[in-house]
Design a protein. Structure first.
Length: 168
């Protein structure tokens, strides 16, 4: 038996079965329809992560409507189901964003509504980058909150003035 002497190898016959993605995704975890400039739908389907024999976990990804190698489902692998799903989402976003076709989702061209992930960096740099993102997000939402409060107080002041004008 060849694997007994070489524990890090997988026989080719087993490997071809293990790493072949299904022809269709049977259990879909998420599906999104984008629209291209020519009006044709581009459909992203991400399968439910599942253990893959001879590997860790796989998450099938399929993108139809683009002229790409993703028309048939392909596995994206991870150590566990969560990592496989996370990497499948990153992979799908990269494929969709790199396409030359102009795609729209919910009528908004360019923003596909795909989550943005921070790059894999050593912990000190990742912590610094996360702090920067958190600081900018907090600054943005505080500005939104201030604008909302200002708009609300402006509306209540005009109502107070109209009530006092009615009394006189």
């Amino acid at each position: 038996m060849p694997c007994a002497t070489q524990p890090d190898t997988i026989p080719l016959s087993r490997m071809s079965k293990s790493f072949a993605a299904p022809r269709t995704i049977r259990r879909i975890a998420a599906r999104r329809v984008f629209h291209s400039a020519n009006g044709k739908p581009v459909v992203l389907a991400i399968g439910v992560p599942q253990p893959v024999p001879g590997s860790d976990w796989g998450c099938a990804v399929q993108i139809t409507g683009l002229n790409s190698g993703w028309r048939r489902p392909r596995y994206v692998f991870g150590i566990d189901g969560l990592q496989a799903l996370h990497l499948a989402m990153k992979c799908a976003a990269a494929v969709l964003e790199s396409t030359k076709a102009k795609l729209a989702w919910l009528g908004d061209e360019g923003d596909l509504g795909m989550p943005k992930f921070l790059p894999e960096l050593p912990k000190p740099q990742r912590d610094r980058l996360e702090a920067m993102v958190e600081r900018e997000a907090t600054k943005f939402w505080r500005g939104v909150e201030r604008a909302h409060k200002a708009k609300r107080s402006k509306g209540s002041n005009s109502r107070k003035r109209s009530k006092t004008a009615d009394k006189t």
